[in-house]
Ligand binder design. Structure first.
Ligand code: 13P
Ligand code: SF4
Length: 307
């Protein structure tokens, strides 16, 4: 007997072909959405894919800023976000107007904008970065003074690695701040042989306890390369699906079961199918903003990944 999941998968795959669509999914998506995607990756990898794909339609299984970035890079394509309410609270912690005011206070600073931000905010920035290349981007900028927005914790982490003068915006990820130092300490006691990898959106006290500080794509690579058999994972729990699938012989222990991004979980198989049926909801960036935002995203793509 075929399950509802099998039926949905079949319908999605056949409609995807008829629409000439590609399905991109972030590492935090629920397992069954990851499993029907053409490509699963981190923010940088997904924006690289969105820039290069020849598909006419991109179904973006992620959050709003990710779909916007795809639209910024490929304006001729239809970019679908299966649930338009899938936002990123951190991205919403800064507005273009707020950034303009801050820039006036710091006229000499170059603005490095984490990709977790709106197109309007990117349009006010000099260059974008993701967690996979933030340090490389900061080092490459032609200024010794940086205004890093909107994630204060990623900014703090980078400030420990660079000599540049860093000013920050007080944004944060409500999911990653749920991971507490005590969680890591407890997991390490339970699994003394385990390696600890955490995302740079975590608090500095959590980062201080980690063996590796990595983007989600970096975590997937590290998991494959390390000889460690147990790994404590300090990021959103959705990534565990991919880690287990790619590394059947290893054990992955979430640092905290509370690290769930409710926005990432809004995307379901049903909504992916409906988005392909309705060709909606579509994400499109107004041309004047798009062109300015694209300059900042293109600069980042030229710089690439750190490792
Ligand atoms: P990555 O770019 O490392 O996948 O992170 C995206 C994100 O939203 C982290 O919360
Ligand atoms: Fe935004 Fe945090 Fe969710 Fe990433 S995990 S999309 S930063 S709220």
């Amino acid at each position: 007997m075929t399950s509802r999941r099998d039926e949905l998968t079949e319908e999605i795959l056949s409609l995807k072909q008829r629409r000439g669509a590609v399905i991109l999914a972030h590492n935090y998506q629920v397992g069954e959405v990851q499993d029907i995607a053409d490509f699963v990756g981190d923010s940088l990898e997904l924006s690289q894919k969105a820039a290069r794909t020849e598909a006419e339609v991109i179904v973006f299984c992620g959050v709003h800023f990710m779909a916007e970035t795809a639209s910024i890079l490929s304006p001729e394509k239809v970019v679908l976000l299966p649930d338009i309410n899938a936002g990123c609270p951190m991205a919403n912690m800064i507005t273009a107007e707020g950034l303009r005011e801050k820039k006036e206070e710091l006229p000499g600073a170059a603005v490095v904008c984490y990709i977790n931000s709106s197109a309007e905010v990117k349009a006010e920035s000099d260059v974008c970065c993701t967690s996979a290349n933030a340090l490389k981007v900061v080092e490459s900028v032609d200024s010794d003074e940086i205004l890093f927005i909107p994630d204060q914790y990623l900014s703090h982490y980078i400030s420990t690695k660079t000599k540049k003068k860093m000013s920050f915006w007080p944004g944060y990820c409500p999911t990653h701040v749920r991971i507490q130092p005590q969680d890591i300490i407890k997991r390490k006691q339970e699994h003394p042989q385990a390696k600890v990898m955490v995302h740079p959106e975590c608090r500095p006290e959590v980062i201080a306890l980690a063996d590796e500080v990595l983007s989600t794509g970096g975590m997937c690579r590290f998991a494959q390369q390390t000889s460690a058999k147990e790994i404590i994972v300090g990021t959103e729990v959705g990534i565990i699906h991919r880690l287990k699938k790619e590394n059947p012989g290893k054990e992955f222990i979430p640092a905290s079961e509370h690290a769930v991004c409710p926005n990432m979980k809004l995307i379901t198989l049903e909504k992916v199918l409906w988005s392909l049926q309705d060709m909606a909801p579509e994400v499109k960036v107004p041309e004047e903003i798009r062109l300015r935002a694209k300059a900042a995203v293109d600069k980042m793509l030229e710089i690439g990944r750190s490792g």
